[in-house]
Design a protein around this ligand. Structure first.
Ligand SMILES: [Zn+2]
Length: 202
């Protein structure tokens, strides 16, 4: 048992200082999802290193990671652990038979169109030459395209907030004004999140 008095005494200055430090730390802390992914070893090496380095200096995150570790080590008493509930499957680059997967891709995607596969899902991604938009088409075997309508697609740069859009009734998605760079793409699907870990946009 703790020796500390419980209940609502007035705050000591140390409390305030601790709270301030806490909020300062929190400012550049990775979010819970990121810490979860770190603990589940889902991150790129670069991201991993950054979080490991951050956690060395940040009590908050170290505590959080400890909690996560303890949680993950626990036998599965909880039916739906918050960050393991969603299945993530990583799509790999696939060299297509010409014309195979491009049929439904809206607009004039250029020759940089790439096709990724995970299980029975195919994702074609290409840059529209005319507008600079990033276009994509999701084809899931056993799913009609309109069953995918409204599912969210996230395009995450290495730094900064993800761009978000939704699949339309044909399984297409489109991101406008995408700066060149390295991205990760995530697509919410009925049975999990499809992840393309490395998507270079030129
Ligand atoms: Zn932190």
């Amino acid at each position: 048992m703790s020796m500390q008095a419980s209940g609502g005494g007035p705050w000591e200055p140390e409390d305030f200082e601790r709270e301030l430090r806490r909020s300062l730390y929190r400012f550049d802390c990775p979010d819970a999802q990121m810490l979860g992914d770190y603990q589940l070893e889902l991150l790129e090496p670069e991201e991993r290193t950054r979080i490991a380095a951050h956690a060395v200096d940040c009590d908050e995150c170290r505590d959080e990671l400890q909690t996560l570790r303890a949680f993950l080590a626990m036998p599965t008493l909880v039916a739906d652990p918050p960050f393991a509930a969603v299945r993530r499957f990583v799509a790999t680059l696939f060299t297509p038979t010409p014309g195979l997967a491009f049929g439904g891709l809206r607009g004039a995607a250029d020759s940089s169109t790439r096709v990724f596969e995970a299980h029975d899902v195919t994702v074609s991604v290409g840059r529209a030459q005319t507008t600079g938009s990033l276009l994509g088409l999701v084809v899931a075997a056993g799913q009609t395209p309109d069953s995918l309508e409204g599912h969210e697609v996230r395009l995450s740069p290495r730094d900064g907030l993800p761009l978000r859009t939704q699949l339309d009734d044909l399984g297409n998605f489109e991101f406008n004004d995408v700066p060149a760079g390295d991205y990760a793409l995530e697509i919410d699907l009925p049975d999990g999140v499809l992840v393309i870990e490395e998507l270079r946009v030129d």
